[in-house]
Design a protein. Structure first.
Length: 137
């Protein structure tokens, strides 16, 4: 896995922040999806490696609960955890027990579950009663 993530870092496009990140998502059926971060001259239109890989899986027909684990690597010696926008997307499409592995460039690996990284998620459950919201008094 480390070698695949390290090689994938070369596809990252980061002319501005110069912080390459790669991600590989492994589905429960063994299929994998790759992602890298892609920056543009308008920062909000870029995408992180984790969401790039996740949305590729969704585009291929996978859905909530199909993800086995997520691997992330940056080109640094520091742990690289998903940003909070990615954590929200991961929380929407993964089980609470899904593991996320942070790989440093020099082979240190640490993992946490989605629940550990997103202890108080906002998600589908919060939107079920959208049409009957009542303001708390
Ligand atoms: Zn992100």
């Amino acid at each position: 896995m480390e070698e695949k993530l390290r090689k994938l870092l070369n596809n990252s496009y980061t002319p501005y922040y110069k912080y390459p990140v790669s991600s590989i998502i492994i589905m429960k059926d063994g299929t994998t999806f790759n992602g890298v971060n892609v920056e543009t001259s308008s920062p909000a239109s870029g995408i992180c490696a984790e969401r790039n890989a996740l949305y590729s899986a969704i585009a291929a027909g996978y859905t909530k609960g199909d993800i086995k684990e997520i691997h992330v690597m940056s080109k640094t010696e520091d742990d690289c955890w998903p940003c909070f926008i990615c954590r929200h997307a991961i929380s929407d499409f993964c089980d609470k027990e899904t593991k996320i592995y942070s790989h440093t460039y020099n082979n240190r690996i640490v993992s946490h579950t989605v629940e550990e990284l997103c202890p108080y998620p906002f998600g589908n459950d919060n939107l079920k009663e959208t049409n009957s919201w009542k303001v708390a008094s």
